[in-house]
Design a protein. Structure first.
Length: 132
């Protein structure tokens, strides 16, 4: 895999991916979905994001392939799309926590085989960036 610093195209792609997460309502939704699959009404109750904003943000997350849906009759359930999405959200929660725990972040990142030949400043961030 090409490191971000080695390719402008890679940096542009990473920036576009990060934009998906860089919206407060989307981040709230994704954080809630770390707890498991939920219906729209459960997401609304937990986050307080009203209509139509909730629908708009869920659509943006679906379009970016960060969440997946499952229909149960008239009810639509949402979940994080895959382990990469789960790792991104969990890493952000850990990085942005009041009590930053770099060891915990690195443990989560190394579960996905993130390796480096030399230590990086903010090594927890490196694990997050490598999966983009």
């Amino acid at each position: 895999m090409t490191a971000i610093f080695e390719s402008r195209d890679r940096a542009d792609a990473a920036t576009e991916k990060l934009k998906v997460y860089a919206q407060p309502q989307r981040l709230m939704i994704l954080s809630y979905l770390l707890r498991g699959e939920s219906s729209v009404s459960e997401i609304y109750t937990a986050t307080g994001i009203g209509q139509p904003a909730l629908s708009q943000q869920l659509a943006a997350l679906r379009q970016a392939d960060v969440v997946k849906t499952r229909r149960e009759g008239k009810k639509v359930c949402y979940d994080l799309a895959d382990d990469v999405s789960r790792l991104c959200v969990r890493t952000m929660e850990l990085l942005l926590a009041d009590n930053l725990d770099p060891k915990r972040i690195m443990k989560a990142a190394t579960l996905f085989g993130v390796t480096t030949n030399k230590p990086l400043a903010g090594s927890g961030t490196a694990g997050f960036v490598k999966i983009l």
